[in-house]
Design a protein around this ligand. Structure first.
Ligand SMILES: Cc1cc2nc3c(=O)[nH]c(=O)nc-3n(C[C@H](O)[C@H](O)[C@H](O)COP(=O)(O)OP(=O)(O)OC[C@H]3O[C@@H](n4cnc5c(N)ncnc54)[C@H](O)[C@@H]3O)c2cc1C
Length: 383
C-alpha cells in the first residue's frame, strides 16, 4: 500500500471496472485494474446508453469518443402481434437523452479514459477473491493490499462469492440474440422499434450510420428462437413483416442469457461490488450497464477526500442502491410481461401496456434510473 496516494485494486476490466478505475484515478488515487482476459475486450453489438450514464461519460471525459458514431434516439415504439402500436410516448416530452452506441466504441472510450487517467491495467490476471480488510487475492496466490478493493468481475464474481455477499444469483431463463446488420436507407432513423409476438420480441435500433442493432429475445426453452446460427425462417414465421431484417443477420451470432444478481450488501469493510457483480439484471430497460457506470462514478466521487473508506462505502451504497433495486425489479417485470405472458391473453397484455404508457407516474417509476440516476450524478458532482 502506498504511503502517498491512496491505492485501489480493481477486479475486472468491463464497463463497471473501467468507470470506477477512471473516477478514482482522476481524483488522485493510484489504481490497478486486473482483467483475466489476454486483452481488454467487449463482446456484443449495440447498447442503450441513457441520460444517467451519458452524464458519467461527460464527467470522465469519454462522451465525445463514445458517441462519435452513435445514434440519438428520440422515440421508442412498441408493436404487438397484430401490428398495433401499443406504446409510442415512452420518451415523449422527456428531458432525458438516450443514445445507442456500439459496445466496442463504449468500451474503448472507457479504456482510453482509464489509460489517460493513469490507471495501471494488468491483463492475464485472474482474481480469486478479496477480504474485507482490503486484500485482493489472485489465483496465482499473490495477495495485494489496498485502501480499497472493488469487485467489478461480472455475474460470476469471485470477489462477491469470497465475501459471502450472494443473496440471489439466478438465471432468468430467457435471453436474446444480438446482431449487427447493414443499415439501409429505409431503416428507422432516431427511432427504436420493438415488436412482440407471444414470448418473442424483436428490437430494431440504429446504432451507427452504417449499422442497425437487432435483438431477438425469447424464453430459453424456445430452442428454435435461440438457435445459432440465427433461424431466419422460424423468426420470419413469427414476424413476417421483418423478413428483410432477418435476412441481413449474419450466420455468426450469439445467444446471451439474462441473470439477476442480488446481494446481502454491496460492501464488506474496504471491499465493494459494482456492476453485474452487485446488481446484474435483465437488459429490458437498457439500464444494467448504465447503472454500473452511474454507481461506479458515484463511488469515485464519494471517496474523494473521504478519510474513512468503509463508512464512505456504506454511505455510497445507501445512496445508490434504491434506484438500482427498483430498476432491477421493473426490468424483471418487463421480461415477465414480454416473454412469459400466456398466449391466449395477449390482447389483454396489449391493453395493459397501452394503459401503462399513458400513465406518466408509471413511466417515471419504471424509468427511475434515467431520471433520478442522472439527478444523483448531478448532486454528487456538486458535493
Ligand atoms: C443481451 C444484453 C443486452 C444488454 N443491453 C444493455 C443495454 O442496452 N444497456 C445497458 O445499460 N445494459 C445492457 N446490458 C447489460 C450490460 O451488458 C451489463 O450490465 C454490463 O456489461 C456489465 O458490466 P460489468 O463490467 O459489470 O461486467 P462484465 O461486462 O461481465 O465485465 C466483467 C469483467 O471482469 C472480468 N473478470 C471476470 N472474472 C474475473 C476474474 N476472476 N479475474 C479477473 N477478471 C475477471 C471479465 O473478463 C470482464 O472483462 C445488456 C446485457 C445483455 C446480456
Amino acid at each position: 500500500m502506498s504511503s502517498g496516494a491512496r491505492h485501489a485494486e480493481i477486479a475486472g476490466g468491463g464497463i463497471a471496472g473501467l468507470t470506477v478505475a477512471t473516477a478514482l484515478a482522476q481524483r488522485g488515487w493510484s489504481v490497478r485494474l486486473h482483467e483475466r482476459g489476454r486483452e481488454l475486450r467487449e463482446i456484443g453489438a449495440g447498447i442503450f446508453v441513457w441520460e444517467n450514464a451519458l452524464r458519467v461519460l461527460e464527467g470522465i471525459g469519454a462522451f465525445e469518443e463514445a458517441t462519435r458514431r452513435a445514434e440519438r434516439i428520440s422515440s421508442w415504439r412498441l408493436y404487438d402481434e397484430r401490428q398495433r402500436l401499443i406504446q409510442d410516448d415512452w420518451m415523449k416530452g422527456d428531458q432525458t437523452r438516450l443514445y445507442t452506441v456500439l459496445r466496442t466504441d463504449l468500451h474503448q472510450a472507457l479504456a482510453n479514459a482509464a489509460i489517460r487517467a493513469g490507471v495501471e491495467i494488468v491483463t492475464d490476471s485472474l482474481v480469486a477473491g478479496a477480504t474485507p480488510e482490503g486484500e485482493l487475492l489472485l489465483e496465482s496466490g499473490k495477495v495485494l493490499k489496498a485502501d480499497l478493493v472493488v469487485g467489478t468481475d461480472g455475474v460470476g464474481s469471485p470477489v462477491r462469492n469470497s465475501l459471502g455477499l450472494n443473496l440471489v444469483v439466478r438465471d432468468l431463463e430467457d435471453g436474446c440474440g444480438r446482431h449487427l446488420i447493414p443499415r439501409r436507407p429505409y431503416d428507422p432513423v432516431n427511432n427504436a422499434l420493438e415488436y412482440w409476438n407471444g414470448g418473442r420480441r424483436v428490437g430494431i435500433v440504429p446504432v451507427t450510420p452504417e449499422q442497425i442493432y437487432v435483438y431477438t429475445c425469447c424464453p430459453a426453452k424456445d430452442l428454435a428462437g435461440r438457435r445459432t446460427p440465427f433461424d431466419k425462417e422460424s423468426w420470419s414465421q413469427s414476424f413476417p413483416g421483418l423478413r428483410d431484417v432477418f435476412e441481413r443477420i449474419p450466420d455468426v451470432s450469439r445467444w446471451a442469457s439474462f441473470s439477476d444478481v442480488r446481494c446481502h450488501g454491496w460492501v464488506r469493510g474496504r471491499t465493494a461490488l459494482v456492476g453485474d457483480a452487485a446488481s446484474a439484471m435483465s437488459p429490458n430497460l437498457g439500464q444494467a450497464a448504465c447503472l454500473a457506470m452511474t454507481n461506479g462514478y458515484a463511488l469515485g466521487l464519494m471517496l474523494d477526500g473521504a478519510q474513512d473508506v468503509p463508512s464512505s462505502l456504506l454511505a455510497w451504497e445507501a445512496r445508490q442502491r434504491p434506484v438500482t433495486d427498483a430498476t432491477q425489479k421493473y426490468s424483471r417485470l418487463y421480461g415477465r410481461v414480454g416473454t412469459r405472458w400466456p398466449r391466449p391473453l395477449t390482447d389483454l397484455r396489449s391493453a395493459l401496456v397501452w394503459a401503462a404508457g399513458r400513465s406518466k407516474a408509471w413511466q417515471e417509476r419504471v424509468n427511475v434510473a434515467a431520471h433520478q440516476g442522472a439527478e444523483l450524478v448531478r448532486q454528487n458532482d456538486q458535493a
